[in-house]
Structures are given as C-alpha cells and as structure tokens.
Design a protein around this ligand. Structure first.
Ligand SMILES: [Zn+2]
Length: 72
C-alpha cells in the first residue's frame, strides 16, 4: 500500500498502486490536459500531456465523479 493525497479533495489516503484510479493532470493548469480554466475543451498538446502526471483519486471522489458521468 502507498499513501498519497487525493487530487480532488486533497485528503490523504492509502491505496494499492495497482488498483487506484488516477487522474492525468497538467501541473501548469491543475486540470487534465485539454481542459482550460474556463471549462472549455481544446486538443491536448503533446507538451501538455508530456508534463502531466497521474495523480491518485480517493474512492469517495471516484464515486462522486461517476454520478456525474452520463451513461455509466
Ligand atoms: Zn478525494
């Protein structure tokens, strides 16, 4: 098990690195590559993807996110 900080709620939690849900985040914007601060979409540049890191998301936030995803 590893301990990390949830990307969404900043809570520290323990997780199995093989099981945890991660979120690709561009450190320059704090958002996934392709998202803008205005909430609009643009194609993710290779640079943005290259500097982005996979950050763990806690199970509570995964559940919350699922409820906002239509068709799941
Ligand atoms: Zn969380």
């Amino acid at each position: 098990m590893e301990t990390g900080r949830c990307y969404a709620c900043k809570r520290e939690f323990s997780f199995d690195p093989g099981e945890v849900v991660t979120f690709l985040v561009d450190p320059e914007t704090g958002l996934p590559p392709g998202f803008t601060a205005l909430g609009s979409f643009r194609p993710a540049t290779p640079e943005a993807v290259g500097r982005s890191a996979d950050l763990p998301v806690c199970p509570d936030c995964v559940e919350r996110a699922k409820r906002f995803q239509p068709g799941s």
